[in-house]
Write a protein that binds this ligand. Structure first.
Ligand code: V07
Length: 259
């Protein structure tokens, strides 16, 4: 295990973790996993730390989760990083959170590139601070030719607003004769959403014990498996992701048995 020190930040997996990964890979791996990364503030409060310390710790967990998702062969990982409602939080907290993409990418972008990860984003870009958007767009550009895991950040994202915007575009295309009412179906409607290039998530994970969707991918999660845990996001480990996938596979198998 002293390898871990010598290699510094490089991801080293213990043999038990490696065995679990190999075991899971024998069964279908969810292609698209979405995560509501909740409980960062509560994690900090429990330690008498400022809320932002929880967000910072949560950012490190994003890196670990991404690397494992990539190793598992998950094709897309959508992470709910900031909702359209999160602007209501104290100004200093919002300002701190909006620095996290730069910090994350400043530290980990080379590693993402090395590991063939492609960065993407869904959400309303126009309200983001320019420094935040610049950092993300640079990462999107620098990773656009990678063909490994798609790491998709939902940032300033809200599902109802997304659906309303899609309806408006549908109406507009209808008015302009681009789309006929008889052609509109679920697949066509999906193509108007911000997630048009993604398949619907197979698995949704939410941490920190809240059992709700909080305006996250309402349309897209219609048929997804849900896995909830009381674990706070900064405490979410590789083993938790593996457990979620194991549960997913068991449910799929049960479903398969009935059919
Ligand atoms: C954020 C850390 C994770 C817990 C949830 C809230 C705070 C990573 C990013 C990020 C975003 C885009 C990107 C690269 C990294 C991030 C926000 C919040 C807004 F291209 N973590 N993280 N963005 N938190």
């Amino acid at each position: 295990m002293f390898n871990k020190f010598r290699l510094g930040k490089k991801q080293e997996h213990s043999s038990t973790l490696r065995d679990k990964i190999e075991e899971l890979k024998k069964q279908p791996i969810p292609e698209h996993v979405a995560i509501i990364m909740d409980g960062n503030g509560r994690w900090a409060k429990k330690r008498a730390l400022p809320r932002v310390a929880g967000h910072h710790e949560g950012m490190k967990v994003v890196r670990k989760t991404t690397m494992l998702a990539n190793k598992l062969g998950i094709k897309a990982l959508t992470l709910y990083a900031f909702s359209t409602e999160n602007w209501k939080r104290p100004k200093n907290e919002v300002e701190y959170i909006m620095r996290l993409p730069e910090e994350f990418l400043g530290t980990f972008l080379p590693e993402l590139v090395e590991n063939n990860v492609q960065v993407k984003m869904i959400g309303y870009k126009n309200q983001l601070p320019v420094h935040t958007l610049h950092a993300i767009e640079k990462a999107i550009e620098e990773t656009k030719d990678n063909n490994g895991l798609v790491l998709n950040f939902a940032l300033n994202y809200g599902s109802r607003a997304e659906i309303i915007d899609a309806v408006k575009q549908v109406l507009n295309d209808s008015k302009n004769g681009i789309l006929n009412e008889t052609e509109l179906n679920e697949d066509v409607f999906s193509s108007y959403l911000m997630t048009s290039e993604f398949k619907d998530p197979d698995l949704l994970i939410r941490t920190s014990g809240e059992i709700r969707l909080s305006n996250f991918m309402l349309w897209q999660l219609a048929y997804s498996e849900f896995w909830f845990t009381d674990v706070l996001w900064p405490d979410f480990s590789e083993n938790h992701l593996l457990e979620a996938i194991e549960v997913f596979q068991k449910r799929q198998r049960r479903f398969g048995g009935i059919l």
